[in-house]
Design a protein around this ligand. Structure first.
Ligand SMILES: Cc1cc2nc3c(=O)[nH]c(=O)nc-3n(C[C@H](O)[C@H](O)[C@H](O)COP(=O)(O)OP(=O)(O)OC[C@H]3O[C@@H](n4cnc5c(N)ncnc54)[C@H](O)[C@@H]3O)c2cc1C
Length: 437
């Protein structure tokens, strides 16, 4: 770990210790909302632009530094960590890697200083199979794209000022029509809908969006037209490391909260944490957490190596990222569940804060970033996603004729219209694309 990375980690830990006392964490969890002053404080502490170059007002630290900060904040509150995780590892890095100079000049200073960003890919009918998205963008003669459709599950959309929206400019080209657009919150035609009422990371706003004639000028296309799928694949591979860091922090946070309690709590005349049967469990959990940490940090380093050598085979990094997400999520779920048991009845009540870690851990396993994303990356073969020349891992698309499954899709053909019934009580975005200007 470099000195700069250690400084970011320690700064994030100190920030979390002062800004995230348990009482506040529980209050935000109960209210299902992050307190606005907390969001400003994340910016003032430099935690929303960790990798953004200094010339744009960021800290110009490494990807490893972002992961360390995410881990530290997740030890206290994963809802806060997910906000800065999405900002740093998804949104900011999309601009850094694919943004034109003019888009970067506009967006990066805002993202470093005051604007929350969100990453809008998933839709009611396209989750793991993200390339089945149905949001359309149609180009008008004046160079404006008109976007119609909707998104679901969008983290940060409650607070966001900048929206990265994936839409298809030409569905006849399949995934090669997918394009990434930058829109601002107050743009006419962009509506932020209701927040989901969730099991865990409750204070993190997860919103529905709808686009009704949203106009975005061609100068606000991020990357190339028709290459949004490369952005999605590339950035979600990196995003898995951020999720692993979140899960790692959750596991460590639960462990750190529960074990000291058991060393105070006396039964049968001695602290329950001193019984050998308990200590075997602590040893197992501590070893699990260290293993997840080693894999997560290794994945972060491999991603930095892959960035430093453009054109190199990214498969080592993609595989490590998927493994880190998979293992860290499992360790988080297991450790937080155990932590509740170790504390007995106290672990089961809200005021201990430990049951919240357990609820928050569930987002990691098979949900975030493509349900099967973790396992898919671990098991993919040469000819699958991530193979040289394929679309995976941001490698050049080469000449692949078939749509690359983003998350190991089980479908070989695009979904027929209306293939996915809306969940009960849910509106499906089925608006027909506009045909006239
Ligand atoms: C709290 C939260 C925040 C989110 N934030 C964002 C965000 O900011 N931006 C964004 O774009 N999206 C976001 N998402 C969406 C998230 O990425 C999706 O939920 C995820 O891609 C899974 O899609 P799905 O929910 O539609 O599940 P589905 O794709 O319907 O999957 C359902 C089940 O089927 C399994 N499955 C799917 N395909 C396969 C397969 N090929 N083989 C075996 N099993 C399979 C999955 O593992 C899962 O268990 C968020 C979701 C949540 C819950």
């Amino acid at each position: 770990m470099t000195e700069a990375e250690r400084a970011v980690r320690d700064g994030a830990a100190a920030w979390a210790a002062s800004e995230l006392p348990l009482e506040r964490v529980l209050r935000m969890d109960a209210a299902s909302r992050l307190e606005p002053s907390l969001v400003s404080s994340l910016f003032s502490a430099g935690l929303m632009g960790i990798e953004i170059p200094e010339r744009y007002g960021g800290s110009e630290a490494s990807f490893m530094a972002s992961c360390l900060a995410i881990e530290e904040i997740s030890k206290r509150d994963a809802s806060v960590a997910v906000m800065m995780d999405v900002q740093n590892t998804l949104v900011n890095n999309v601009f850094k890697k694919w943004g034109s100079p003019s888009v970067c000049d506009f967006a990066l200073p805002l993202l470093a200083q005051s604007a929350v960003g969100c990453f809008c890919l998933s839709e009611p009918g396209s989750g793991s199979d993200a390339f089945a998205l149905r949001t359309r963008a149609e180009k008008r003669p004046d160079g404006t794209y008109v976007i119609d459709g909707g998104k679901m599950w969008i983290t940060n959309a409650h607070e966001a000022k900048l929206f990265l929206i994936f839409a298809n400019v030409d569905p006849s080209k399949g995934h090669r029509g997918i394009t990434c657009f930058l829109a601002e919150r107050d743009a006419p035609g962009l509506t932020v809908g209701k927040a989901e009422d969730k099991l865990g990371i409750r204070a993190s706003g997860t919103m529905q969006l709808s686009f009704d004639g949203l106009r975005v000028h061609e100068s606000r296309v991020v990357g190339k037209v028709g290459e949004g799928y490369k952005i999605a694949i590339g950035i979600l591979n990196e995003g898995r490391v951020g999720i692993a860091a979140q899960m790692l922090g959750i596991a460590q946070g639960a462990f750190d909260a529960a074990v000291p309690y058991t060393l105070q709590r006396k039964q049968f005349g001695q602290p329950v944490g001193e019984f050998q049967g308990m200590q075997h469990q602590y040893a197992q959990a501590a070893a699990d957490i260290e293993a997840a940490r080693a894999l997560t940090y290794a994945a972060a380093r491999l991603k930095m190596e892959a960035d430093a050598a453009p054109g190199a085979d990214p498969r080592h990094f993609i595989r490590a990222a998927a493994m880190a997400k998979l293992l860290a999520s499992q360790v988080a779920e297991r450790t937080t569940s155990k932590a509740i048991e170790w504390m007995g009845g106290m672990g089961f009540v809200r005021e201990s804060g430990v049951e919240k870690f357990f609820r928050d851990s569930k987002i990691g396993v098979r949900v975030y970033l493509g349900g099967r994303g973790g396992a898919a990356g671990v098991t993919r073969r040469r000819r699958g996603v991530g193979a040289p020349g394929g679309a995976g891992g941001g490698a050049p698309a080469g000449g692949r004729a078939t749509p690359p499954p983003l998350f190991f899709s089980h479908r070989a053909v695009p979904s027929p219209p209306h293939a996915n019934p809306p969940p009960p009580g849910r509106r499906q975005y089925t608006k027909a694309p506009r045909t006239s200007s």
